[in-house]
Write a protein of this length. Sequence first.
Length: 222
Amino acid sequence: MPWEGIEKFVVSDVEQPATFRRKAVTGPRAIRVPLPGPKGQRFIPAALVVQADVEVKAYEIHDARSPRAAICALAPLIGRRGGERYRVTDGQGREIGTVHRTGATKRTIQHTWWFRQPDYPDIVARYHWAKGSAKDVATRGKAAAARQAESLVDSVVDSLLLGGDDNGGGGNYVHKPVTWRAGEEEVALESGHTDQGVKTYTPKADWLDLRLVFALAVLRAG
């Protein structure tokens, strides 16, 4: 499966999800493309994910068609402040861009991970209420926090009454999509979930470097 130009992918070791009659079929951890098959949906590897350093989040991503060929690599930039930063390089060691973990003070208005591609605005997933003046953001932020607190109480009650996980997540939990934008308007990347809860990624901008998206997805997967 060619990695160039793929329209949707997941980061997973599952080739075929489990069914009522069949256990899950697994393989190496990879950037995988969902495709329909006679026995249900399959996830075909397009690029292999290799952890280059077990002590830090340093990875190499290799072309599944030629496992020795590195598509890109990502490693943390040591000694930086304001959140973690990761340098993404191509197979020849040239920098493609950077992936950033949002600092704690900004996580109330934007998603945990964002990235930067040279010559384009920062590609950030901001919460829908985090627009307008500082006063507008503060007002909407308080309302959002109140709704979140109310939702958490409801989920804990549901968990106690109906049975759920230890974190208060009931069976009616809904995964919310995430949208990364370049600047204020242009949609660059969208993330959703499969029926099994695995994160999916759908690049939207034709100028977007897929290797940066792969890096962000690998870091989100941990």
